[in-house]
Design a protein around this ligand. Structure first.
Ligand code: LFR
Length: 445
């Protein structure tokens, strides 16, 4: 038996999982789960990065012997280091308002041409523009994305894992390296950005255990963890966000693609994650928090009996935290005292419809036809969402695994260690044989 540890940090919780590989099967065990609670200080929303580091260390302390560790997290956010390697301030949360209204001197067309990235107000490039005038930024020597920062603390090694670097808006989608012309135009010192390292490479050691670079962008690992067969599938990595799209061999940089705000993020093994960020379960998670965390199963059952009302969930006004139930009710034209079941139905229906729009547009623009939709991540547990997505898309939905991100993280480590072999199709075959997948066929209403 060969064992590996995956550290997977999500927007609301972090976890450490151990994957044991034996006889072609993978057994997953969670050794630690801890809350990820952002902290607002002086009007700015921060990640509690030291709390996350502690949670990670606690989890790693409970894994027993493992051959290697891999870290993934959400994208775009970073810490700045000074000349001595110390962290300058706390990393800022991408849902903080500091990028509101930030403009760059570079046109959106040129940015898309170089980076192929969808325009999201919180992309690192806009965060850096907002941070540029601060004293911290003046003395900053290095910028490290969250998994790279944690890896640095564990090993002392500096680098920028490729899949996550591709979300910054500073990487050239063709050369897969930092774009020197873009950095020059933005007035950013190239030395701020560490060398790009590929997933599967060895970063260093932590107490005698190897640290392997995985798809350190959680969505990149989740896409590895999609148990698909062949190429004609769409995926939805569904949790706080729904990341909806296709896996392609080459980027699509057309005018239509930019207008539809599709992103060409870097995937494992040279693939392109052609997808769009859909608001995901965030509005429901926020409402649940306001409602005192009622039982989700019961809430969804009641929601399934409510009348559907659809809103544009992708409106950026839903990005920040707070007052979500009221914001949703207002957008839906529902009374301010609309019931949790009514609001839940509205969110889930709107999400299913947004899934359909993204999948249809991705096919149309890329020319890739799909005949099944895979839902992975926490959203795969949401039966109402899976069924409504199947109905909206008119396609079968294959739901699971819930832990696709940790599995994708572990598979890349296991392959780097020579435990398993093969390309992504081969890794996915292992998942198809070992993971539970639930099928939802579309129902005509
Ligand atoms: C999902 C995710 C998305 C990214 C968003 C912000 O967890 O990584 O892919 O757009 O978080 O980083």
């Amino acid at each position: 038996m060969r064992s590996f540890a995956a550290v997977d940090l999500g927007a609301s919780s972090g976890r450490v999982m151990v994957g044991r590989f034996a006889d072609g099967a993978i057994e997953l065990t969670e050794t630690h789960r801890f809350a990820n609670e952002p902290v607002r200080v002086g009007g700015t929303l921060h990640w509690d990065i030291l709390g996350l580091y502690r949670g990670m260390l606690e989890g790693l302390g409970r894994t027993g012997p493992v051959e290697s560790i891999g870290i993934d997290s959400w994208a775009v956010d970073y810490g700045l280091l000074d000349a001595s390697g110390s962290l300058l301030g706390n990393p800022v949360h991408y849902r903080d308002g500091r990028t509101d209204g930030v403009r760059l001197d570079i046109s959106d067309e040129r940015l898309y041409e170089i980076t192929g990235l969808q325009k999201l107000p919180f992309n690192t490039i806009y965060q850096l523009a907002a941070a540029r005038a601060t004293p911290q930024f003046e003395v900053a020597q290095q910028m490290l994305l969250i998994p790279d920062l944690l890896a640095y603390w564990l090993t002392g090694e500096i680098g920028a894992e490729y899949t996550n670097a591709s979300t910054t808006g500073l990487l050239d989608v063709r050369t897969r390296d930092w774009s020197a012309p873009l950095l020059a135009e933005l007035g950013l010192r190239p030395s701020l950005l560490p060398p790009v390292r590929p997933p599967g490479s060895i970063i260093g050691e932590y107490r005698g255990t190897k640290l392997t670079a995985v798809g350190s962008h959680d969505t990149a690992s989740a896409v590895v963890g999609v148990p698909a067969f062949g190429q004609n599938f769409a995926y939805i990595s569904c949790g706080t966000w729904s990341l909806v799209g296709l896996e392609l061999p080459e980027p699509v940089l057309s005018k239509e693609s930019r207008a539809a705000n599709f992103t060409n993020e870097g995937g494992v093994d040279g693939t392109i994650r052609y997808l769009r960020n859909v608001m995901g379960l965030w509005p429901l998670q926020e409402c649940m928090r306001e409602w005192g965390s009622p039982d989700i199963g019961e809430l969804l059952r009641r929601a399934s009996r409510e009348k559907p009302v659809v809103i544009d969930l992708d409106d950026p006004s839903f990005l920040p935290p707070g007052d979500m139930a009221q914001r949703v009710a207002k957008a839906a034209g529902l009374p301010p005292d609309a019931s949790p079941a009514q609001l839940t139905r509205c969110i889930v229906d709107s999400l299913a419809l947004a899934h359909r729009t993204a999948i249809e547009q991705a096919q149309e623009i890329s020319g890739r036809h799909v005949d099944a939709v895979h839902i992975v991540g926490g959203g795969a547990r949401n039966e109402l969402l899976c069924q409504l997505t199947a109905d909206a898309c008119g396609l079968p939905v294959l739901a699971g695994p819930v832990e696709a991100t940790a599995l994708g993280n572990l598979l890349i480590q296991a392959r780097a260690a020579g435990v398993i072999e093969g390309d992504l199709a081969g890794l996915r075959a292992v998942l198809r044989e070992t993971q539970r997948v639930v099928r939802y066929d579309p129902v005509r209403r």
